[in-house]
Design a protein around this ligand. Structure first.
Ligand SMILES: [Zn+2]
Length: 404
């Protein structure tokens, strides 16, 4: 098995301080050393003026929209209106599988090596080699009580076709598309089978209106599509009720959480199996109120970052999301921001023993981004430049290079 050592102007292990002139030694698909010198007789390769980081983790996306040239709808549009565009776009799409593949290739070019994907296609997915590793969350939609049994049976069928262990999850789509009884059953199933659950929650004001008043644009949308069911909300179900249900899953990803209240944030923070996934540029696309990022961090809630899809974002770059955070939240340290797109995303997906930082025993998933020959920690300049990853390795193999 070949042993290689990559030297970089800066190595950013993320869970350890940056190393000036650091070396990452790789044997086969794993990291066997992180320090100032190569391990043993490893062949040394000097990458020059780059920062070498763990590959980025995109905790939330829908790659089936990766063939879109630009986001759907228009900036600042209301979410229910945008969903109408999504439904129309899905009807026209020829091959979601081709789009998913294109999205994985785009992710790779952006230095992303792990993806939490919301999958709608009923086919069983496997993780392709030389592309980012994927956790496939099977999306489930079923709002009427009459459909709960059949939708649940379909989920069982889809999961029997499951992919690799540790890489399958369930995604009850959102409160406005999933009947509360169905949600209960899906979360119980996830608990039985040790699956993570990802659900869009507290994303828009229209969703909160539906939950608290049982009316508004989401009800209009459901009625228009003959999906409305009076029994779905016989009582008012605030976001906190949904969080209580999700907390019973072995791991739960609360997607967006744009409108989480302080009480709800406290609840998430008290449940370390829960992670809120912030999608910064998608958040901005819809013109939502300021994201409660500082409060989430202050309360100690787990947070990860996702791009969401090209239906609401220009690209699939986690680094782009982190740069957006750096612009908007000047009080956050660059080191903390980089964690959100690496080790914190890995924790959210339950893969932090394998990826998300550079350490001995971890998979050699790395990305190199050009940096100046600075004697200071390059984290901040990295987040304020526009330089893109030039090389990316997955499991020790160079799978993307635009510098040679
Ligand atoms: Zn989403």
């Amino acid at each position: 098995m070949e042993t290689i050592a990559l030297r970089a102007r800066w190595v950013l292990p993320i869970t350890m301080p940056p190393i000036n002139g650091g070396v990452v030694t790789i044997r086969g698909e794993r990291i066997v050393g992180v320090g100032l010198k190569p391990n043993g007789d490893a062949k040394l390769r000097d990458l020059g003026e780059v920062a070498l980081l763990p590959g980025f983790v995109n905790a939330h996306t829908h790659l089936e929209f990766s063939d879109l040239a630009k986001p759907l709808g228009e900036r600042n549009c209301a979410l229910p209106h945008w969903i109408r565009s999504v439904i129309a776009s899905r009807k026209q799409q020829v091959s979601p599988i081709t789009a998913v593949h294109a999205g994985l290739e785009e992710s790779l070019r952006a230095g992303v090596t792990t993806v939490g994907e919301i999958a709608t296609s009923p086919v069983g997915f496997t993780n392709p080699t030389n592309l980012p590793d994927v956790v496939w969350f099977h999306e489930v939609i079923g709002f009427s009580a009459a459909r709960v049994d059949s939708v649940f049976a379909d989920v069982l069928e889809r999961l029997s076709n499951r992919g690799p262990a540790g890489h399958v999850g369930i995604s009850p789509h959102a409160p406005y598309t999933v009947h509360p009884d169905l949600l209960e059953r899906l979360v119980s199933l996830a608990a039985q089978r040790n699956f993570p659950v990802a659900m869009h929650l507290a994303e828009s004001e229209e969703e909160l209106q539906l939950l608290t008043e049982n009316r508004g644009p989401f009800r209009d949308l459901l009625e228009e599509r003959s999906m409305w069911d009076d029994s779905a909300f016989t009582k008012r179900l605030p976001v906190l009720d949904y969080l209580h249900v999700l907390a019973r899953a072995p791991r739960a990803l609360v997607i967006h959480g744009n409108y989480l209240t302080p009480d709800e944030i406290e609840f998430v923070a008290a449940h370390p199996q829960m992670t809120v996934v912030y999608c910064p540029r998608t958040h901005n696309y819809f013109g939502h109120a300021r994201y409660p990022l500082e409060n989430l961090i202050r309360c100690g809630a787990a947070i990860a970052v996702g791009t969401d899809s090209r239906a609401s974002n220009p690209d699939l770059s986690v680094l782009g999301e982190l740069r957006c955070i750096a612009q908007e939240f000047a009080g956050l340290s660059s080191q903390r921001i980089l964690q959100l797109g690496t080790i914190d995303g890995a924790k959210a997906l339950g893969l932090d023993q394998e990826v998300g930082s550079l350490g001995v025993g971890k998979l050699a998933n790395l990305t190199a981004i050009p940096c100046d020959a600075t004697p200071a920690d390059p984290s901040e300049p990295l987040l304020h430049s526009e330089r893109l990853p030039t090389r990316t390795w997955i499991r020790g193999r160079l799978v993307h290079s635009n510098s040679s």
